[in-house]
Design a protein around this ligand. Structure first.
Ligand code: MN
Ligand code: MN
Length: 484
């Protein structure tokens, strides 16, 4: 016999709002799907550890799924119709793709946008020097990192360099088990008395994040820098490059480790680059789902757009970042190939009636650092898709603030699809803050809301997310793309 509830208990149930762990209500079948989805994600991000690699992985799937190059379609004057699937690859570093819906573009499009760059250690343009019997790569860190976290862990070298014939060489060393890895050294505790007194942002300085490249001297007494020559010789033999070629190269050092399950229950995933590839991957999969299978897809009502951008970690600048006109141009292209007698007004109308989820990670509540979080509005690992009504620092400065009307609309869609959501405010007032790409779309007139997956140790070499949040984000983005 169930105990009779008191009036107060009934009223409490009716009037108060509590967010529970998503694991508590998940069935066995769905649990299997969650674990399987996490495995696919882990494999994907191990292959896509840089914006270029992630872009390439997405692109190859889009081509398999019969998406066509929008720029080629434009040049060929090809008109687009409902159900057509198009992409625009922007310099191999950012990507936008769409499934054309039944409604006119002028009705607006549904977008999920995420960024595919992550904090890392970039090689300088004239990187190689010799000191103390070592050849060393000089570096410049990228994004907001705690410098000290990047020392004494195995690093892999990824990127592109052009050889003297102008041929692009793809660099990827440190991912195969038989590859060598790279490392940034740190001072031994025995001699760190002074270092340990310094502030955390000073005890390993940005200029001290240089990477070991080798130590065996080239056997020739006439040569001044013998170890440097050894390394240059190896690079020359492998890629056909000389020292000069590094002036134009883009080489990134990223953690060499793979994505791994975390915890005895395997409910969490530890990996490099969850920010923001966990949202990029779920957005990508959700948008793909809207295209249906290659043979018989259900055509979405509104046009579905997935935007994957670069350079978010340094302000979304440049022609691959979200501040560029990539997205605006893409919508213009779609308008021009679908709207009769297309004019600029059609584009403005389309943008102003569009809706976007800016999919980016949020700081998960961390019991080790409880005092920076407001537990009532923080996001928690395992509690679903985190909705951030606003971002910014201090008095919400520089942030993007979603309208109540739009937030309500998104919540209603998620509720309708049984997608669990939670709050996602970044820390207590005046403890810090941040922002994402939402504001750049919002500036074009698009309704935009920040929402994403809670992450522990954001911007560290090994970030942690929950498998069920990954799954929930995927389901939430798909629901939004179909129904917004
Ligand atoms: Mn991010
Ligand atoms: Mn970030």
């Amino acid at each position: 016999m169930e105990e009779q509830k008191t009036e107060g208990q009934r009223l409490e149930e009716k009037l108060t709002f509590e967010i529970k762990s998503c694991w508590e209500t998940v069935g066995e079948n769905e649990r299997d799907a969650i674990i399987e989805f996490a495995e696919q994600y882990k494999q994907f991000i191990d292959k896509g550890k840089t914006e270029r690699e992630f872009n390439e992985e997405c692109l190859s799937i889009l081509k398999e799924e019969a998406f066509i190059d929008l720029e080629n379609a434009l040049l060929a004057g090809r008109r687009l119709k409902a159900g057509d699937k198009v992409y625009q690859n922007n310099r191999g570093k950012s990507l936008v793709f769409a499934v054309i819906g039944r409604a006119s573009i002028k009705e607006g499009v549904n977008i999920v946008g995420a960024h595919i760059d992550s904090p890392r250690i970039d090689m300088k343009t004239n990187p190689l020097y010799e000191d103390g019997g070592f050849a060393i790569f000089d570096t410049h860190y990228y994004g907001g990192i705690k410098h000290y976290q990047w020392t004494t862990i195995p690093l892999a070298m990824h990127g592109v360099v052009f050889n003297k014939n102008g041929e692009k060489q793809i660099v990827r060393i440190g991912e195969d088990e038989n590859d060598p890895v790279f490392v940034i050294t740190d001072l031994l505790p025995h001699l760190a008395q002074d270092q340990m007194q310094k502030k955390a942002n000073e005890f390993v300085r940005g200029e001290e994040l240089d990477v070991l490249a080798g130590s065996e001297p080239f056997k020739d007494g006439k040569v001044k820098e013998k170890v440097k020559l050894t390394v240059l010789n190896l690079l020359n033999r492998k890629y056909g490059v000389t020292e000069e070629n590094f002036a134009s190269a883009e080489i990134e050092f990223v953690p060499a480790h793979r994505a791994r399950d975390v915890g005895l229950d395997r409910s969490l995933i530890g990996a490099y680059g969850h920010d923001d590839r966990c949202c990029a991957y779920t957005a990508f999969r959700a948008a793909l789902e809207c295209a249906g299978s290659s043979e018989q897809g259900d055509i979405p009502e509104k046009t579905v757009v997935c935007l994957l951008t670069d350079k978010e970690e340094i302000g979304s600048m440049g022609n691959t970042g979200a501040q560029s006109r990539l997205f605006e141009n893409f919508i213009a292209y779609l308008c021009s190939q679908t709207v009769e007698n297309y004019s600029d007004i059609d584009l403005r109308l389309a943008l102003n009636r569009s809706a976007m989820l800016s999919a980016d990670v949020n700081a998960a509540y961390d019991p080790n650092f409880a005092d920076v979080f407001d537990k009532k509005t923080a996001s928690f690992c395992g509690k679903g898709l985190a909705l951030s009504k606003y971002t910014g620092v201090r008095g919400k400065v520089g942030g993007s603030d979603a309208n109540a009307e739009f937030l309500q609309r998104v919540q209603a869609i998620l509720d309708k699809h049984g997608v669990r959501w939670q709050f996602g405010n970044l820390g207590k007032v005046d403890k810090g803050g941040g922002g994402t790409i939402a504001q750049h779309a919002a500036n074009l007139g698009v309704d935009a809301l920040d929402c994403g997956i809670p992450v522990l140790s954001m911007h560290a070499p090994f970030e942690v997310i929950s498998k069920i949040d990954l799954w929930t984000a995927y389901r939430g983005y798909a629901a939004f793309l179909k129904d917004a």
